[in-house]
Design a protein around this ligand. Sequence first.
Ligand code: NAI
Length: 246
Amino acid sequence: MGRLNGKIAIVTGAARGLGKGIAEKLCKEGATTIIADINQESCDEVVKEFESEGYKADAFKANIADRKEVQDLFGYVKEKHGTIDILVNNAGINRDTTLVKMTDEQWQQVIDVNLTGTFYCTQEAAKWMKEKEYGRIISISSASWLGNFGQANYAASKAGVVGLTKTAARELARKNITCNAICPGFVDTDMTRGVPEKVWDQMVQKIPMGRAGKPSDVANVISFLASDEASYVTGEVINVGGGMIL
Ligand code: NAI
């Protein structure tokens, strides 16, 4: 018996990286997990892979920065799976450059996906979770939310996720819905594999545990927050970074 048996979960940006690792863990714990991602082909591949492991998974293509596509995603899940118990807001992008070089486009793209997309999904989930008086919303912020060189847009979006989470936690607590944020440090995914080797080494040196994180390091904490065991934990911001402080 997994601790999420019978639950219906949506994980955004779950076609690869951290999101895929989170979705896999939720499946392992017994949840039927919907892989929601902008990349249809990868979504379908992940579902195939998970089904071959005996997990219950489904895919839906959605750009979380688009209100209509988010409504369609939640409409699909409600119709096909009947309800939604767990939302993991994981989809995110970076467009790193220093403040003075940052274009309006780089700023806006990151805010649209990381912050506005998280707002759209949180709002849609909250509407339904309020009706059933049960829900778990977990949003991926970042250690960078406190500020990081070359990441004004990203840090602002991830700080926004913290503010959104803490507000949602207060507004939804009476309805038995918990909202928490996770701040991963430096996790080995395609996003971080894009940095030059020298920067990779510098980042790892800042981690007291001496290694980059794995998606499973983050997924294990999320699986706890998504479970009934975490029913009295809300409005929290939890670092999962091997002790790293930027
Ligand atoms: P990744 O780039 O490897 O994967 C991101 C996934 O999100 C991809 O499958 C992509 O197709 C999807 N996606 C992108 N834009 C989307 C949109 N508009 N709508 C739906 N799906 C979209 O990234 P990674 O590393 O797995 O990061 C996942 C989350 O964790 C992000 O929110 C990121 O900011 C956060 N994070 C990552 C850290 C790291 O070290 N990798 C550290 C701290 C936070």
